[in-house]
Design a protein around this ligand. Structure first.
Ligand SMILES: Nc1ncnc2c1ncn2[C@@H]1O[C@H](COP(=O)(O)OP(=O)(O)O)[C@@H](O)[C@H]1O
Ligand SMILES: [Mg+2]
Length: 459
């Protein structure tokens, strides 16, 4: 059936929600206890009812016998007619030709007949139907002649049962409302907590949870959460301050050192080496600061295809990097243009450092763009040796550097870690793999500019 899939999804969605789970469990529990109680009550009431009806039957039979006995032969016909007219009790002479159907053999009937016979010495007949007429028929004899007595069932069946059904339905309804309220009590604080966690994760420490809620446990949780958020906030501020301090305190002597080297190291080779080392140390500090930064990147429209082709043109001048890309329509994404450029430059520089095509001495990068749903995927692939598969997941770890990177002794192993973090902050991501023909393949996902998702205007 085509409907099954969405229905099933709806059911799965509901059943995994704490609110609906709690609601369903409470409602089920209340419903089960109400129906158990209802059944128990009905059982008790049955026993009572059997006794009551048996007494009623015996009393009516006794009264009928007495009345007929004292009415005498003349009065009997009048009494019978009178009874039939005014009461829901009918008394009829029983004939051998009467067609009658014995009372159905139910638990109730058996218990009733037994209860009646406990109260009277006479053997009575019980029928459901006599000469086509339904009712509760009792056959007995008056002064030796046989009679039928008919009692209407409505006279005997109590309306209590109906009252109980209505009462049970009402109670179930009330229980449902109660379950909805209780489920809300349970799930709302958790939902609030989830939202607060998401805000803190996004760097917003200001939103605090209510510390005055009714339940003591929740108060504890909320208080603990608020304390944690404050501590994180302070930690974050301390960290930023400390990093800025370290950066400043190391960079100042580095700058002095460089100046001194330029002025006072006579050997040009040694001087260049010293300056190169100092520049490298400075670059590592920059990277480190960049990685530690918590600034939220911008999210504005950037044409990814345009950016890559500009970089390709820039790097073409260097001669050791070739970036090939297909003729490309625009690929508008939402991103921070500067941050995005840094990510791409790092990827290109990595190819230059680690991914040169063997034999050619230069790095060749193939770039391509694909629209996938609400995202644009940029793939960049070089033709170098790639990365041992077991190292692939490590590349985005801060300070991780591959073996050949260690000997090359450049970079801090932060480039891909920064790229990964930056892309995630911009709502995208990246994925590293080895290309089938060799070389590292990097896929960068970024959200498409929503304006671009509109259908093209009809001209
Ligand atoms: N194109 C590539 N081909 C092979 N290995 C690479 C490539 N790009 C990166 N790597 C490996 O990933 C490691 C981490 O890269 P990255 O985070 O940019 O740090 P860094 O460039 O400072 O070494 C590098 O040290 C290198 O071993
Ligand atoms: Mg790098």
């Amino acid at each position: 059936m085509p409907q099954t899939a969405p229905l099933r999804r709806l059911f799965d969605g509901l059943s995994t929600r704490l609110y609906w789970r709690t609601f369903a469990l409470i409602a089920l529990l209340v419903w089960l206890s109400i129906s158990a109680w209802f059944q128990a009550f009905r059982l008790l009431q049955r026993t009572d009812q059997v006794r009551y009806i048996a007494r009623e039957v015996v009393t009516v039979v006794d009264l009928a016998q007495l009345a007929m006995h004292h009415a005498g032969a003349d009065g009997r016909a009048a009494l019978l007619a009178d009874l039939a007219r005014n009461h829901d009790i009918a008394l009829l002479p029983r004939a051998a030709a009467d067609r009658w159907i014995e009372a159905r053999d139910t638990e109730f009937a058996r218990r009733l007949i037994a209860a009646v016979h406990e109260r009277t010495a006479e053997r009575l007949l019980f029928a459901d139907r006599v000469n086509g007429q339904a009712g509760m028929w009792v056959g007995f004899s008056i002064d030796g002649s046989p009679y039928w007595l008919r009692l209407r069932r409505s006279r005997l069946a109590s309306s209590l049962e109906q009252t109980w059904v209505i009462g049970g339905l009402l109670a179930t309804l009330l229980a449902m409302v109660g379950a909805a309220v209780i489920a809300g009590f349970v799930s709302r604080p958790l939902r609030d907590l989830g939202l607060a966690i998401a805000r803190v994760r996004g760097g917003d420490f200001s939103q605090q949870l209510d510390e005055e809620v009714g339940a003591a446990e929740l108060r504890e949780v909320n208080r603990g959460f608020n304390r944690m958020a404050r501590a994180l906030h302070e930690f974050e501020q301390d960290r930023a301050l400390m990093l800025a301090g370290i950066s400043h305190d190391i960079r100042t002597p580095l700058a002095r050192l460089r100046l001194e080297a330029e002025l006072s190291v006579p050997d040009p080779q040694a001087r260049d080496d010293i300056i190169s080392d100092i520049e490298q140390a400075d670059a590592i500090i920059s990277k480190f600061m960049e990685y530690a930064s918590t600034a939220q990147p911008l999210r504005e429209r950037v044409d990814l295809a345009d950016l890559v082709s500009k970089l390709a043109a820039d790097y073409a001048k260097h001669g050791d990097i070739v970036i090939r890309m297909p003729q490309q329509d625009d690929a508008p994404v939402l991103a921070d243009p500067l941050e995005l450029q840094r990510v791409l430059v790092n990827v290109i520089e990595n190819a230059r450092k680690y991914g040169r095509t063997p034999g050619s001495g230069r790095a060749e990068i193939d770039a391509d763009f694909v629209r996938r749903g609400d995202e644009i995927v940029l793939s960049m692939r070089d033709h170098g040796p790639g990365v041992p598969p077991e190292q692939l997941p490590l590349l985005t770890r801060p300070f991780f550097r591959g073996d050949q990177a260690r000997t090359a002794d450049r970079g801090a192993g932060l480039g891909l870690a920064i790229a990964d973090k930056t892309l995630a902050r911009m709502g995208g991501g990246m994925q590293l793999s080895n290309a089938p023909g060799g070389g590292l393949l990097l896929r960068i996902r970024l959200p498409r500019d929503p304006l671009d998702r509109l259908p093209p205007p009809v001209l």
